[in-house]
Design a protein around this ligand. Structure first.
Ligand code: FAD
Length: 496
């Protein structure tokens, strides 16, 4: 049998592509190397704790008042999620100024706090929020191949080539306010002098107008819902199917797996990054594309330490959903410090603060994450790996205790650690990179959107966090939907 589409990988991008194709009655097969769907969105069971590896913030889902695009898409497939809105509840420790403050409420409360810290900031902040709405609408038109009239969307054109830093400066925002306003992006690891204004604006638009939510059930429940629905729609999924080679014959593509099985398809959709696919799966000669691909910057990799604590978050004094420690809020300077193992920047998340079902009664989950730029982990090898894992976990725990004066060490019941090594082994992400290609300079969502048709090899499509819109579950999901819509459109009403 020749499938219409074979999708390599059942991460968010692959599942989304599968759902759209199957709902259009296309013969679709997903081949996934692991035993579960979800890719980076997976889960680790340790004793009585179940740690979600990712997805502590589901962006662009929205609430009853304002439905997000992600919710609209999932509703199309009759997929419902139990969620709760995550309010801003952030405790921040900035080492250089020795300031430790809390941001609580919604975007309005955040802006009011920024104005309190630096009088005169409000007009530029309000202007930014207004512009982010305009930019969002323009992006929507671009995705639908519609004209973006310059008279109606002047700021979209004006800020197309601006970095976030220059754009916010252009709005007259004081530098300290810029740093305080944009530090949320640090978690993703694109310093704001490199990150495009448009990408930052879209992220903040979602946070302001659509709200991010936490899943009340485990992330695995979500990924299984996606996979099950895809199968109900007629799609097939084979787990434990590691694709090793994709070759072209005159009439179809031949896809081989590690266990020597072969499948045929008219078109192939890849969920892993192009860098992985060109190097490992496509046996034809694509040197030029590979060279261009290697010129792109991978997002940082990192270490995540999941702690199962045997006390409630109230007892432990963990009152905030998110904890950030930075050397300085200036993201350019801060990023330059994040190239060594020992650097001081990290985040902590306590899901129980928003979702009391996150772990068994009277226990708490704390997720500590530290990301690295460049090759901070170059000295790690198979001989010192175990030692490194222990060191980095302990280092993060100690840093957290010192920064926020909260004891956690003696309450640790379970611990799990993800490193770039384990992550790349699980998902094949190059270098264990967390967020695909960095949204940086001209490699931003708009340019990706405008240039992708020319750069693709015929009949190959790439979806997921490394693809069009950058990382995060919502973006990975949109790329799967958007790009399969394009494929279906190309096919026309009667198929190929
Ligand atoms: C620690 C961490 C925390 C995060 N937290 C959040 C968060 O709170 N909110 C949020 O929105 N995003 C978060 N993200 C980002 C988000 O998880 C990713 O952007 C998103 O899941 C990426 O999806 P993807 O489609 O690119 O697929 P991936 O998850 O990369 O999946 C690719 C799939 O392809 C499969 N595959 C690879 N090679 C082969 C092969 N040869 N054969 C068969 N199958 C193959 C893999 O097994 C995998 O299932 C986080 C990421 C990390 C690392």
């Amino acid at each position: 049998m020749i499938y219409d589409y074979i999708i390599v990988g059942a991460g968010m991008g692959g599942l989304s592509a599968g759902l759209n194709l199957a709902s259009h009655q296309k013969k679709t097969l997903i081949l996934e190397k692991n035993a579960l769907p979800g890719g980076l969105v997976s889960n680790i069971k340790k004793g009585r704790f179940e740690f979600d590896t990712s997805l502590y913030d589901l962006y662009d889902y929205g609430d009853d008042k304002s439905t997000g695009t992600l919710k609209e898409l999932l509703t199309k497939y009759d997929i419902e999620l139990e969620t709760k809105v995550i309010p801003f509840n952030i405790r921040l420790n900035e080492l250089s100024t020795k300031s430790n403050y809390i941001i609580r409420g919604d975007m309005d409360a955040f802006l009011t706090e920024l104005e309190r810290l630096q009088a005169g900031s409000m007009p530029s902040l309000k202007k930014f929020i207004q512009i982010s709405q305009e930019i969002h609408e323009a992006l929507d038109l671009l995705k639908k191949h519609k004209n973006i009239p310059e008279e109606k969307y002047p700021n979209f054109y004006k800020y197309l080539d601006f970095s976030t830093l220059n754009g916010l400066k252009d709005l007259g925002m004081p530098l300290d306010t810029i740093n305080r306003f944009s530090f949320l992006w640090l978690e993703i690891g694109s310093p704001i002098h490199k990150l495009s204004f448009i990408d930052f604006s879209e992220f903040m638009y979602k946070l302001t107008f659509k709200k991010d939510v936490i899943l009340l059930n485990k992330a695995l429940d979500f990924t299984l819902k996606l996979a099950n629905r895809y199968q109900e729609l007629g799609g097939r999924i084979y787990y434990n199917s590691f694709v090793t080679e994709v070759t072209k014959t005159p009439s179809f593509y031949l896809i081989k797996t590690k266990d020597n099985l072969e499948y045929k398809a008219k078109q192939v959709i890849f969920n892993p990054s192009k860098r992985y696919v060109y190097k490992n799966l496509i046996m034809e000669d694509h040197k030029e594309i590979n060279r261009l691909e290697n010129a792109r910057t991978l997002s940082p990799n990192g270490v995540v330490v999941y702690l199962g604590l045997n006390r409630s978050c109230e007892e432990l004094g963990l009152k905030n959903y998110k904890y950030y420690q930075v050397k300085t809020l200036n993201s350019e300077i801060n990023a330059s410090t994040m190239t060594s193992l020992e650097h001081d920047t990290f985040t902590g998340i306590v899901p129980n603060v928003v979702n009391e079902l996150a772990s068994p009664k009277n226990t708490t989950i704390l997720v500590l994450k530290k990301i690295f730029f460049d090759d901070a982990l170059r000295s790690i090898n198979s001989k010192n790996y175990a030692e490194f894992k222990e060191y980095i976990a302990q280092d993060l725990i100690t840093k957290f205790e010192e920064a926020f004066k909260i004891d956690i060490q003696e309450y640790i019941e379970e611990i799990a650690v993800i490193t770039p090594v384990s992550l790349s082994k699980y998902t094949n992400n190059v270098n264990g990179s967390f967020y695909g290609y960095m949204l940086k300079g001209y490699d931003n969502a708009i340019n990706r959107l405008l240039t992708y048709p020319e750069e693709e090899i015929k009949d190959f499509t790439f979806v997921g966090g490394s693809s069009l819109f950058g990382a995060h579950v919502d973006n990975a999901f949109y790329s799967g939907y958007y790009l399969t819509e394009e494929l279906l459109h190309k096919e026309g009403p009667n198929g190929k």
